[in-house]
Design a protein around this ligand. Structure first.
Ligand code: GAP
Length: 461
């Protein structure tokens, strides 16, 4: 289990030790994200748009790193998983067969006092979460979360289509295509990363729950008899991956869904939960979907979906284990986990993101000591030499101290400082984000020295 591996982590990744976890609240993180170019309220010059965000230059780099890490682990480094990219708007019959048109609903009630519309299952003690009035609600109604649109020039029921609410169904309807073209035998998985859309009644909490979001999902098809074992395997494997991203194992836990909580397709689900600023919340769902989806699409399409087991000489309908996580929600969890504040001997506050090097938007910043013209050619030369190897940024504005702080706040693990001595001795200073330790190394060996430090700072999983 993850918990026991904590002592293997480098000290810097145990930033939030017991009792001091979560140094930032939601507002602090959203404000940092905006100030430093991670995420902005969408269309802000028009007053924004409810719970919708646009990602800035650092946000897109971080999201890309998250996706790359997931894809590498779930697809490229395995022999038993392949990837696809399915359409966002597809045949609406898919969503009828999957149960989403009829059953993808949240229970909704209105407060008669303040007219707020809230999810019935989010109401505690019969009290309106907005105005705190007790017991003044309308009857419960079911509200469908699918976004509708129209395909073609006529806006009528016959042309209604849906924006996909999950990427998963793209994998089920392509089960046969992938299995036959890739000549796959059980067990094997199909993975996908892409946008999903849900007309959430109560979005909010920054990028934790939005109406447009990105999912990373994998459907693992296996024999029914081994499905419980695979469910256990994927729970452990997914937790191990989170460790490589720098999560403290104590801030993650697995929670099994109670029977009444299970989604319509699920036989058993465990959530990977993270301690968000407001408490434990779902980061990832790991569902045992049984044969629900393949059977549903076989019935819906009239096209049998099964697997021929050559050894047993029989057709079986595989069972499915599905790990599914949101890119945006994970990015938010990583920002929560990485945020730290320190006060130095002079009482000056330092804000830093202790992001793992693989996730940080910038891995190496090149900072000339000043804008003095004598330094410029050497600093540019060093920058040019590092760019092919790392995600680099060049910054020469303001004092060196302020630039270090700026890089700390965006989570850059290493800075390289070019000073006047560099011109003569061809050495530069590497400064580490977490310890603020500085060492001098020859420019000739800089790439190797930086890689060595990145390796030391990388959590192992
Ligand atoms: N195919 C199964 C599925 O979609 P889910 O639990 O509804 O399961 C999986 O979603 C993951 O997608 C969640 O654990 C969460 O990380 C992310 N997610 C779901 N709804 C989201 C939303 N409205 N905003 C951001 N992320 C969301």
């Amino acid at each position: 289990m993850l918990g026991s591996a904590d002592s293997d982590l480098p000290r810097v990744y145990r930033a939030c030790t017991e009792g001091e976890h979560m140094k930032a609240d939601l507002e602090t993180l959203a404000s940092l994200a905006k100030r430093r170019g991670f995420a902005f309220p969408s269309a802000e010059i028009y007053g924004g748009f409810a719970s919708t965000y646009d990602y800035g230059p650092l946000g897109v780099e971080m999201k890309r790193n998250i996706r790359d890490s997931w894809w590498r682990r779930m697809v490229q480094s395995r022999d038993d998983v392949v990837g696809i990219e399915a359409a966002i708007i597809t045949n609406p019959a898919v969503w009828r067969a999957s149960g989403h048109v009829a059953g993808f609903t949240d229970p909704l009630i209105d407060c008669l006092e303040c007219q707020s519309r809230v999810r019935a299952d989010h109401v505690e003690n019969n009290t309106c979460p907005v105005c705190k009035t007790v017991g003044r609600f309308t009857e419960e109604r079911q509200f469908n979360l699918l976004f509708r649109t129209f395909v073609g020039p006529v806006q009528e029921d016959a042309s209604t289509a849906y924006l996909r609410p999950e990427t998963a169904q793209g994998m089920f309807v392509n089960f046969e295509n992938v299995q036959t073209t890739m000549r796959r035998r059980l067990p094997f998985g199909i993975a996908q990363i892409g946008k999903s859309f849900r007309n959430e009644i109560t979005p909010g909490q920054f990028i934790f729950r939005t109406r447009e979001f990105e999912q990373m999902e994998m459907e693992f098809f296996c024999e029914p008899a081994s499905s419980l074992e695979w469910h256990t395997y994927w729970k452990q494997e997914r937790l191990a991956w989170y460790q490589t991203l720098g999560f403290n194992p104590e801030h993650l836990r697995l929670r099994d869904h109670a029977k009444e909580e299970l989604a319509h397709y699920s036989q058993a689900t465990s959530d990977v939960e993270f301690q968000f600023p407001w408490g434990w919340g779902e980061l990832e769902g790991i569902a045992h979907r049984g044969d629900f989806d393949l059977r549903a699409h076989a019935t819906g399409s009239g096209h049998g979906l099964s697997y021929f087991d050559q050894e047993k000489n029989e057709h079986i309908v595989p069972h499915v284990i599905e790990p599914a996580v949101g890119v945006d929600r994970l990015m938010f969890a990583l920002l929560c986990e990485a945020y730290d504040e320190e006060t130095d001997a002079e009482g000056e506050k330092r804000v830093l993101l202790r992001l793992a090097p693989s996730i940080a938007p910038v891995t190496v910043a090149v900072l000339p000591l000043s804008r003095n013209e004598r330094l410029l050619p050497t600093a540019r030369e060093v920058y040019g030499a590092l760019r092919p190897h790392f995600r680099t940024q060049y910054d020469d504005a303001q004092s060196i101290g302020r630039r270090y702080r700026r890089q700390d706040e965006i989570g850059t693990p290493l800075c390289v400082t070019v000073d006047f001595e560099t011109i003569d001795d061809h050495e530069v200073t590497i400064r580490e984000r977490d310890s603020m330790a500085q060492i001098r190394v020859p420019v000739g060996g800089l790439v190797a020295a930086l890689n060595e430090r990145i390796d030391a700072l990388t959590p192992k999983g």
